[in-house]
Ligand binder design. Structure first.
Ligand code: OAD
Length: 256
């Protein structure tokens, strides 16, 4: 972070609100992981995938139409993410949680698992986790016997297939047009309603219902502070906008 930011009146005001807050919610997007080397979601696709549109691949219809292509796209993203480490911003959030148990809730749109890898507990992963899989369809046996086939028994393939009922595995992430996991979204709603301060870090604020959590926090009376080097769709509802990056801003903002 530039030396001028942590002496800027807005930064000092944000720190004062943070220190006074009993409950803090942090809503993060792809910019949170940019300094870990993961391109933000709307960066141009690179290499082999440059000719594909993520909005086409990251859909159930896209997977059903081209299961091997979509599975391999996720396999490549998983492999790229497997060796990625959290950045100073992730660690600052996790350290704050450890110093102030129960006071800060992480709500993330990211599927990279970096908040969890940095030590954040109970992160609410609104859009799932790219390293987990689930069945594409309701398992045949679950309809007739209540027993669901074990994903671990799926035959290795692209995508893996259940040997008993032929069901396909799919990445356990939220695709375009799909609902968010209800329990996770409910917990995020609660956190947004109850917090005194919401930090909105590294999101364009373009995708709902995730972006709506910032509106909810504002309506419920929380202070809303954005950390983003560029303008976002949520700037207009923020009380303060800190023009800095996650890894440069959060360690100083969150230190006691
Ligand atoms: P975007 O790629 O839309 O926005 C990334 C934001 O991070 C932008 O506002 C950047 O200015 C900001 N940014 C970039 N580098 C940063 C840094 N070092 N520190 C802080 N901010 C930085 O990503 P999201 O807003 O996360 O949904 O996209 C939201 C959702 O859209 C994704 O979760 C995905 C996509 O559809 C699903 O996968 C369901």
């Amino acid at each position: 972070m530039t030396a001028s930011l942590d002496t800027h009146p807005d930064f000092l005001q944000a720190r004062a609100w943070l220190q006074a807050a009993q409950r803090v919610a942090v809503l993060t997007g792809a910019g949170m992981s940019a300094e870990s080397g993961i391109p933000t979601f709307r960066d141009a696709q690179t290499g082999l995938w440059a000719r594909f549109d993520p909005a086409e691949l990251a859909t159930e219809d896209g997977f059903r139409a081209q299961p091997e292509l979509v599975w391999n796209w996720y396999a490549e993203r998983r492999a790229a993410m497997a060796h990625v480490e959290p950045n100073a911003g992730h660690y600052a959030i996790a350290a704050y949680q450890q110093r102030h148990p129960g006071r800060l809730t992480v709500i993330t749109q990211n599927v990279d698992g970096l908040h969890q890898k940095a030590g954040s507990t109970d992160a609410l992963a609104l859009h799932g986790n790219i390293f987990q899989d689930r069945w594409l369809d309701l398992c045949f046996h679950a309809r007739h016997s209540g027993r669901v086939c074990a994903p671990a028994r799926a035959q290795p393939d692209s995508p893996p297939r259940c040997p008993d009922c032929g069901n396909l595995l799919r990445p356990d992430v939220v695709w375009f047009g799909e609902s968010l996991p209800p329990e996770t979204l409910h917990a995020a709603d609660q956190a947004a309603q109850r917090c005194d301060l919401m930090l909105v870090v590294g999101t364009s604020g373009e995708v709902y219902p995730a972006a709506g959590l910032a509106h909810q926090a504002r309506r419920a009376g929380a202070k809303v502070v954005i950390v983003n080097p560029h303008a976002s769709d949520l700037d207009s509802i923020a009380h303060l906008v800190l023009r800095g990056t996650a890894a440069q801003t959060l360690p100083t903002l969150l230190c006691d």
